[in-house]
Design a protein around this ligand. Structure first.
Ligand code: ATP
Ligand code: MG
Length: 252
């Protein structure tokens, strides 16, 4: 197995017309580290994610995964390199069942690894793997429903199941519990915690809820007006005046 690489950005910048949404951000994300990205609304958190996963192409600066320059690659090419961003369910097959969708993701990953396809029992094996992800995400009960019939909370869980099936090196979650009910949100957070147990993974999480940040973060970075204004240990960053301002809601 290849040693996991760091994901890092160098002076990463994107400008929309006259507005610089992400401004010369340089930061490094290491395997076995969960980094929470915080900052007020419009700070550039989602835009930074888009620049790393390829939904947006930088105006200047770089995105690197180890020695591989991702800066100009399309999202699908970055996914092949190991960048995992929660699927948009619009990319799925809405009429196929939840199980079939996860099986297709497992199958795509198996092809990439060139394993198992020589075995006659491969389909059964793929389905068992898919069930495993559904069981981890507590979706067994809806395995045979079409994706289009899922509740919002179950759709979010399915996004995580699909991401797990892809076995990426980097997991990116942008407000994964947004719009979820109070009893559904802990399932997602437990899953993220479970992914964290695999020490080879880089995990990036945008999250507003401070209790979640405290529970999961190994490190916090703070964006403000597109700039990286803090980067460090959770306790140290949470104590910074800028972060307190952000969470008191009066950051300029
Ligand atoms: N495609 C785009 N075209 C023009 N402006 C954009 C585009 N995407 C983002 N922006 C602008 O960039 C800034 C950063 O937006 P972004 O969505 O990254 O913020 P955010 O930190 O994720 O905020 P939130 O907490 O509300 O999700 C905002 O001013 C936004 O209007
Ligand atoms: Mg956002």
């Amino acid at each position: 197995m290849k040693t996991p690489s760091d994901l890092y950005t160098e002076d990463l910048t994107i400008q929309f017309g006259g507005h610089i949404a992400v401004n010369k951000v340089s930061c490094r994300f290491k395997p076995n580290e969960l980094t929470v990205v915080v900052g007020p609304n419009g700070a550039g958190k989602t835009t930074l994610f888009n620049l790393m996963s390829g939904q947006l192409i930088a105006t200047s600066g770089k995105v690197m995964l180890g020695d591989t320059d991702l800066t100009r690659l399309a999202p699908s090419q970055r996914a092949k390199q190991g960048i995992g961003r929660a699927f948009q369910l619009t990319n799925l097959f809405p009429k196929l069942s939840v199980l079939e969708n996860v099986r297709l993701a497992v199958q795509a990953q198996a092809k990439v690894g060139m394993r198992i396809f020589t075995h006659a029992k491969s389909l059964k094996y793929l389905e068992q793997q898919a069930y495993e992800y559904l069981s981890q995400t507590r979706l067994e009960k809806v395995a045979h429903l079409p994706v289009s019939a899922l509740s919002h909370g179950d759709q979010r869980k399915l996004e995580v199941a699909l991401l797990m099936a892809m076995q990426p090196a980097v997991f990116m979650f942008d407000e994964p519990t947004a719009g979820m009910s109070i009893d559904e949100a802990p399932v997602i957070l437990e899953l993220i915690d479970q992914i964290k147990q695999d020490s080879s993974k880089i995990i990036l999480l945008v999250e507003h809820k401070m209790d979640v940040v405290r529970a999961l973060a190994d490190r916090i970075i703070v964006l403000h007006n597109g700039e990286l204004v803090a980067d460090g240990e959770p306790e140290e960053v949470i104590a910074m005046p800028i972060v307190r301002e952000i969470y008191l809601g009066n950051a300029a």
